[in-house]
Design a protein around this ligand. Structure first.
Ligand code: IPD
Length: 266
């Protein structure tokens, strides 16, 4: 596991440097996937190419699931789940909360997760069973622990919206049901950063309808290793249906409220 962990960290760092150094002042929108807000830039594709090529050079038998390249097979039992830029719209606008997210899975279980947030000089890491850490630019390292003992009415909850207009209408309805019962809502623009923010205790919880595996795989392990609970509805694993992450005592009440307000509808 140590070699996977080190490879994930060094690769996320190399991709982050490329994305910062080569970000054009005037970013061209390469094409749109599902709507005009789902902006996929050339940088997104360049980052995934760099990540896959670098990992493949070190480990030719591994499989990949990438936001841009989809699934590609391998025979080693290791699969990498890659979001080359999570928070593409933030990247496009020059906002700091975008990340390179790399998770390494062995025989179907995520064992390492790395989320690099270069504009904040922060690298979030986790190896299964070994805790989650925040490594800052100056090399200082902090063990992450999510907030505990937070009641629903005192919870600051991060969320995200997908790109489809129809889904957003349902999400807005669910949000209206949720808002009176929590401290407040934040929409940061990167699911990976949101999960790391819960791990670091900067927000109390995160939920979203629609995130894909590459959005949450690394961040979910980081939050779990920081003491948090990550899951979907009624004991299901996190998925596009609904992904919830919170301290273990907040998870249940938030889950029930999200179920009640129909957060997984649409
Ligand atoms: C998106 C971000 C956003 C979330 C969307 C994701 P992308 O990822 O994580 O916060 O709300 O669901 O698709 O497209 O920037 O990689």
């Amino acid at each position: 596991m140590q070699d996977l962990f080190e490879l994930a960290i060094s690769t996320a760092e190399v991709a982050s440097v490329m994305l910062v150094d080569k970000r054009p002042a005037d970013l061209g929108v390469a094409y749109t996937k599902t709507s005009s807000t789902d902006v996929v830039t050339e940088m997104d594709k360049a980052s995934e190419r760099l990540i896959v090529d670098r990992i493949r050079a070190a480990r030719p038998g591994d499989a990949f699931l990438g936001e841009e390249g989809g699934e590609s097979g391998g025979s080693s039992g290791v699969r990498w789940i890659v979001d080359p830029i999570d928070g593409t719209v933030n990247y496009l606008y020059g906002l700091p909360d975008w990340a390179v997210s790399i998770a390494g899975e062995v025989d179907g279980e995520v064992v390492v997760g790395v989320v690099s947030v270069p504009m904040r000089g922060e690298l979030y890491t986790a190896a299964r069973g070994q805790g989650a850490h925040l490594i800052r630019e100056d090399g200082s390292t902090e063990r992450l622990r999510c907030n505990t003992g937070v009641s629903l009415d005192k919870a600051l909850v991060a969320t995200g919206f997908g790109y489809s207009a129809e889904r957003r209408t349902h999400q807005a309805e669910a949000l209206l049901g949720l808002l009176p019962h929590v401290r407040d809502i934040r929409r940061g623009g990167s699911a990976a950063v949101d999960l790391c923010s819960v791990a670091a205790g900067r927000v109390d919880a995160y939920y979203e309808r629609g995130p894909q595996e590459w959005d949450f795989a690394a961040g979910a392990l980081i939050l779990q290793e920081a003491g948090g609970t990550v899951g979907g509805l009624h004991g299901a694993p996190p998925s596009a249906e609904l992904t919830i992450g919170a301290g273990p005592d907040l998870f249940g009440p938030l889950h029930d409220l999200l179920d009640e307000v129909g957060a997984a509808r649409g």
